[in-house]
Design a protein around this ligand. Structure first.
Ligand SMILES: Cc1ncc(COP(=O)(O)O)c(C=O)c1O
Length: 372
């Protein structure tokens, strides 16, 4: 039986999501004892202790959970002046993205997005039969003018990833306000803010647009700042009318009881949140200064990772760092050749990274001189 011919044509166009190298894979490949993982923008400090403690109180795992999660949705939405009806929960924010596509996007639709940006945006467009319309970044950031110019009568949605993965850049708040006012009112606006907590104070606040512009959705996650990537919990805010429709495609009980407990615990964990932000800010300043000293260009980061340019092919640089026990993400796979995407780590991890770069750079620079 030829399964490929049985698959929906859209599926034939897709590749499996590539999650990057795991610590175990790195250890096995180069027989390493210790590996530093700076490749998936996780929280290097671990998980919110209050989230872990809340998860440990789990009882009644034999029963289906209360699928409305009213208390949790209220806790998430109230600080923004939003309501339970504006709030949807997901098995990570990835799932909310997919629910958005399954609800609103179909064959013949165009979805405008940056290039490069988070790989699931084009993947979800393709899987729903739509066309991803990719607009090149300008200076590593969203080119909002070009994105507006790309709007056609077929445009169903525009996605803005703020901060953008993999470049780490954020959009200018004034430019974004203008962009959103010029976007045709029947075009949906999807703002992915997976890294919102790390952003500078005067950044785009996606929920403001949920309140002021119909057809806008913003997504957030507890995978990053709260260190709950494996627990899987994300959430989204939008107009009640949008949320009601998306609830129809939501898989029942998509948020497990442990995940809901963890989310509630995390929301009480100001100490962990603030300490993580402080450590990330310090690490970012340290790495930015080190990259400058080493003569490496990096995009200004509004997130917990930095995109830095290396003088050789990114895949080669990635492998050289891996041999030294440091996993980073090669930009070659992310549409950013010659760049590495590096998660800001613990202070000692950042120092180890800089030492590894210092050791490799003379070799890379020499290699770059040799014509291929
Ligand atoms: C821009 C962006 N959006 C969404 C996600 C997915 O987050 P979650 O773990 O909540 O599904 C990621 C994860 O890397 C991301 O970088």
């Amino acid at each position: 039986m030829d399964y490929v011919s049985l698959a929906r044509p859209a599926v034939r166009l897709l590749h499996e999501y590539s999650a990057g190298t795991t610590i175990d894979q790195a250890k096995r490949r180069f027989e390493l004892d210790r590996v530093i993982k700076l490749s998936s923008n996780e929280n290097p400090r671990g998980s919110s202790p209050k989230a872990l403690a809340a998860m440990a109180t789990l009882t009644g795992a034999n029963l289906y959970a209360d699928d409305d999660h009213l208390h949790l949705r209220a806790r998430l939405s109230e600080p923004y002046g939003l309501r339970i009806e504006n709030t949807i929960l997901g098995h990570g924010s990835n799932e909310i993205l997919l629910m958005f596509f399954l609800t609103f996007i179909g064959p013949g639709d165009e979805v405008i997005m940056a290039d490069p940006t988070f790989s699931l945006f084009p993947a979800d467009a393709i899987v729903t039969g739509a066309t991803p319309v990719r607009v090149q970044l300008r200076d590593g950031g969203h080119d909002l003018d070009a994105m507006l110019a790309a709007v056609t009568p077929r445009t169903k949605a525009v996605i803005v990833c703020d901060p953008n993965n993999p470049s780490g850049t954020c959009v200018d708040p004034a430019a974004f306000a203008q962009f959103s006012s010029l976007l045709p009112p029947d075009v949906l606006l999807f703002i992915d803010q997976a890294y919102r907590e790390y952003m500078p104070a005067a950044s785009v606040e996606g929920t403001d647009y949920v309140k002021s512009r119909r057809g806008t959705i913003v997504t957030r996650t507890m995978s990053k700042l709260y260190g709950l990537a494996s627990v899987r919990f994300g959430y989204g805010f939008a107009d009640q009318g949008m949320i009601d429709l998306m609830q129809r495609v939501r898989v029942p009980f998509n948020v497990s009881s442990p995940a809901a407990l963890a989310a509630l615990g995390a929301l009480d964990d100001d100490e962990f949140r603030l300490a993580t932000i402080a450590m990330n800010d310090e690490g970012k300043a340290y790495l930015e200064a080190a990259f400058k000293r080493l003569g490496l260009f990096a995009y200004p980061s509004a997130a917990n990772f930095i995109a830095v340019r290396v003088p050789v092919a990114a895949d080669g640089a990635y492998t050289d760092l891996l041999k030294r026990g440091i996993i980073v993400r090669s930009g070659d796979k992310l549409g950013m050749p010659n760049f590495l995407r590096i998660t800001i780590g613990l202070p000692e991890e950042n120092r180890a990274l800089v030492a590894a770069l210092e050791a490799e750079l003379p070799v890379w620079r020499e290699r770059a001189q040799i014509p291929a």
